[in-house]
Design a protein around this ligand. Structure first.
Ligand SMILES: *Cc1c(COP(=O)(O)O)cnc(C)c1O
Length: 421
């Protein structure tokens, strides 16, 4: 089925319950067992069904099934935030003494999580250049457990060389994890390019209205076979003491998300509330048409900025002048490049003045809302960094970032035009 259809119908069978057209919200902590045997069977995975909402919830089941189908994956698991999705995806494969390889162009929260917080768990991160993967292979060793990158990065708007990353990872038997938040499941599907695991902050474009925080992890089909014989991931093919000796690869369910659920959600518990899940399902219904509109609006605004005398440079991969243009054409649906744009003006003060002068754009440290947003990273989200550190991650004191919404571009351009003076 096509994505627009999956986004409306995937994972929900109206034959059950009352046939509600809107997916039901199962606002329940626990679920009654038929009898003690039923309970025992559920715990032993002989039968599948809800036990307790920290582990599974019927509304979340629908979101997970729909999202997995949209991304072309075998299964998905929804969690409480994009950050917890990334943490679980890493913690599912790496432990103290291991290392991971992460892209040089990723979200600020991922930088702190993956370089500082998990370091305290004994997991070290090495950094590779995801735009060309030129230094990736030399960083891989026997203890490397994951390669993590963003397909379209926030805030640098850089596009990863997905094909090359996949090729190097497969050759070396290392798992790939792609954060697909900014491109969205509507414009790009990493699994179709051979990526093993996809994560999203569904707080952004999936939700679309800035109304809830959530995350999701999707795994590709066939990971079970990969784990079955892998030395590197032997905790999948040897008994898990914490689950009375369960061997994950003996279970005929997608193993990666199964282990996140049975071990990590069980013990760490960042589960997604059913009501939030319902909001994300509402969001998915219109994801494709919104991403088309975000992308066409952003292109119009980018073209306006490119022609403006006060704008020094514009960073938007759908502009022919952009270094990522070819990759956007290759990977993204019709070359559409989502709603993030950044641009540079002459100096710091001018950048601040523009932020203070816009009326329609909200000054917000978020992306992917239906309303247009503006940020000045150097004076807000990245204000603790030195000029040198900022330069290293591609943020100048003169950079302004826009998340283009669904308004009429005439109004957006008029607002920017006035603010630019
Ligand atoms: C926002 C964001 C995250 C973190 O997600 P939360 O839902 O805010 O926890 C991770 N990755 C990217 C690319 C993001 O934009």
């Amino acid at each position: 089925m096509e994505k627009e259809t999956i986004a409306l119908h995937g994972g929900y069978d109206k034959k059950f319950g009352y046939g509600t057209m809107s997916v039901p919200i199962y606002q329940s902590t626990a679920y009654a067992f038929r009898d003690s045997e039923h309970a025992a069977n559920l715990f032993a995975l002989k039968e599948l069904g809800p036990i307790y909402s920290r582990l599974t919830n019927p509304t979340n089941d629908i979101l997970e099934a729909r999202f997995a189908e949209l991304e072309g994956g075998a299964a998905a698991i929804a969690v409480a935030s994009g950050q917890s999705a990334i943490f679980y995806a890493i913690a599912n494969v790496a432990q103290a003494g291991d290392n991971i390889i992460i892209s040089d162009k990723i979200y600020g929260g991922s930088v702190t999580l993956l370089t500082h917080t998990i370091k305290r768990f004994g997991i070290n991160a090495k950094v590779f250049k995801s735009e060309d993967a030129s230094n990736l292979e030399e960083l891989i060793d026997d203890n490397t457990k994951a390669i993590f990158f963003e397909s379209l990065s926030n805030p640098q708007i850089a596009i990863a060389d997905v094909e090359k990353i996949t090729q190097i990872a497969k050759k070396n038997g290392v798992l790939t994890i792609c954060d697909n938040t900014v491109a969205s499941a509507a414009l790009f599907n990493p699994i179709k390019w051979g990526i093993d695991v996809v994560v999203h902050s569904i707080s952004k474009y999936t939700n679309g209205q800035g109304s809830a925080i959530g995350g999701i992890i999707v795994e590709r089909d066939g990971l079970n076979e990969f784990f079955k014989t892998s030395q590197r991931y032997s905790h999948f093919n040897t008994p898990d003491e914490s689950y009375h000796g369960l061997v994950y690869t003996d279970v005929p369910l997608p193993n990666f998300t199964l282990r996140v659920r049975l071990a990590l959600l069980r013990d760490i518990g960042a589960s997604l509330p059913a009501f939030s899940s319902w909001l994300f399902i509402q969001g998915l219904e219109t994801l494709s048409i919104r991403m088309d509109k975000h992308s066409s609006n952003a292109l119009e605004v980018a073209r306006f900025l490119e022609a403006h005398p006060k704008v020094k440079s514009v960073n938007y991969p759908r502009l022919e002048s952009h270094s990522g243009y070819e990759k956007a054409q290759k990977y993204f649906k019709d070359g559409k490049a989502s709603g993030l744009i950044s641009f540079d003006v002459d100096n710091y003060q001018e950048a601040k003045n523009i932020i203070d002068s816009v009326k329609l754009f909200s000054v917000v440290v978020n992306i992917g809302d239906s309303k247009s947003l503006i940020t000045h990273p150097a004076s807000t989200t990245h204000s603790q960094m030195s000029a040198k550190e900022l330069e290293a991650i591609g943020i100048n004191p003169t950079t302004i970032r826009l998340s283009i919404g669904l308004e009429d571009t005439k109004d957006l351009i008029a607002d920017l035009s006035k603010a630019l003076g």
